[in-house]
Design a protein around this ligand. Structure first.
Ligand SMILES: *Cc1c(COP(=O)(O)O)cnc(C)c1O
Length: 380
């Protein structure tokens, strides 16, 4: 077996980390261990430490070692969904603690921080993380955690991970980055100074819109990591062995998929930037994007997500989303197929998303077909 630290390139990590020939059968592809329980030996110990699958499972362990290496961390926890991972972080805080979250944080993250954990005594302040002075002013003595999401949803705002991590550490707080939209191929927050990375693996890591999962990756197996693992093992927000296996399989192609997502997205963004029906394009790969310089500093590519604002009202905007033939009108992102979504009508009248905004997850179809499809939908 190769030592994991010999893998220096991410393509090699994606294929080999947590992926070994099965010693029992010689199978090149690992088996799926469905057993919920494992034999205890006469001396009271367990083979490879497995005892019960809420605590641990060989497929989960393999996935976790791969996830840790992808993000340049040392340990990882795999969850049954992105929200299960996020909720576990908040559960690890104490009543009376305070956190900062960005204004356009993922809808579910903001909702549980305020409505679920708020009732348990967690304080939460919403700030514009592109404004470091506003952030510094919002930090309180009991601020324990700063939650970053960059690029953000749905306006693709860019937050300076190194600057926010520094601010967090000066305040004695942790910096956690939701890295779902960038994926570890475009951005590795631990290298920028963040303490933890969170993923909805449902998106790019899964990549085929056929599994739900989440992950947390840490720089070190410190006391906070032990606490999160304990909460997961006790609370049970664990992924099924099959989902772990499927996700590990999908990760093998992650670097190549994400590269193609990014190339397509850049070309679609360039096309839309000069389209007469388009009022604005939000994509960090455009030099006109206000976060472009920071994105260039902390990302190796600009991702496969973009949003546009069209000339028109909410109904006219939704009509564009309904007129595409290749882009499916659906939520979520990161799959091989392109998706388009009118966030305003999904979020309802209290939505802060502009009514003329469409969010696009650029897939792996040929870019000329994607551009032609958007052009005909916009010209309807
Ligand atoms: C989808 C998503 C989540 C939530 O993950 P689930 O797997 O749906 O629970 C969190 N953050 C971001 C940025 C997402 O896109």
């Amino acid at each position: 077996m190769q030592q994991q630290n010999e893998f220096t390139h991410i393509e090699t990590v994606a294929v080999h980390a947590g992926h070994e020939v099965d010693p029992a059968s010689g199978a090149v592809m690992p088996p799926i261990n469905l057993s919920t329980t494992f034999e205890r030996k006469a001396d009271g110990t367990y083979t490879n430490g497995n005892s019960y699958s809420r605590s641990d499972n060989p497929n989960r362990r393999a996935l976790e070692s791969c996830l840790a290496m992808l993000e340049g961390g040392s340990v990882a926890l795999a969850f049954s969904s992105g929200m299960a991972a996020t909720a576990t972080v908040f559960q690890a805080l104490a009543s009376g603690d305070h956190i900062l979250v960005p204004g356009d944080v993922y809808f579910g993250t903001g909702k549980i921080a305020q409505e679920l954990f708020g009732t348990w005594g967690l304080g939460c302040t919403i700030v514009d993380m592109t404004d470091l002075d506003q952030m510094a002013a919002a930090i309180r003595p009991n601020t324990k955690l700063i939650w970053v999401e960059t690029p953000s949803n749905p306006l693709l705002k860019i937050t300076d991970i190194a600057a926010v991590s520094k601010l967090a550490h000066e305040a004695g707080a942790l910096c956690v980055v939701d890295n779902t939209w960038a994926s570890p191929i475009c951005q590795r927050p631990l290298e920028q100074g963040a303490d933890w990375v969170m993923h909805s693996t449902t998106k790019y890591l899964g990549g085929h819109s056929d599994l739900t999962g989440g992950a947390l990756i840490a720089r070190e197996a410190d006391a906070f990591f032990q606490r999160l693992r304990m909460i997961q093992q006790w609370g049970g927000a664990v992924p099924a062995p099959f989902d772990c296996w499927l996700l590990r399989r999908s990760i093998s192609t992650l670097p190549y998929r994400v590269r193609a997502h990014c190339e397509n997205a850049q070309q679609v963004a360039n096309f839309l930037a000069t389209h007469p029906r388009v009022a604005a394009v939000h994509y960090p790969g455009l030099t006109s994007h206000p976060g472009h310089a920071i994105a260039q500093k902390q990302m190796t590519a600009f991702g496969g997500m973009l949003s546009i604002q069209v000339h028109g009202d909410a109904d006219q905007t939704r009509a564009v989303a309904s007129s595409t033939k290749l882009f499916t009108q659906a939520t979520s992102l990161g799959g091989v197929e392109s998706l388009i979504e009118h966030r305003y009508s999904v979020e309802g009248p209290t939505s802060r998303t502009p009514p003329n905004l469409l969010r696009l997850s650029i897939g792996l179809e040929h870019v000329a077909d994607l551009i032609a499809d958007l052009d005909q939908a916009l010209m309807q």
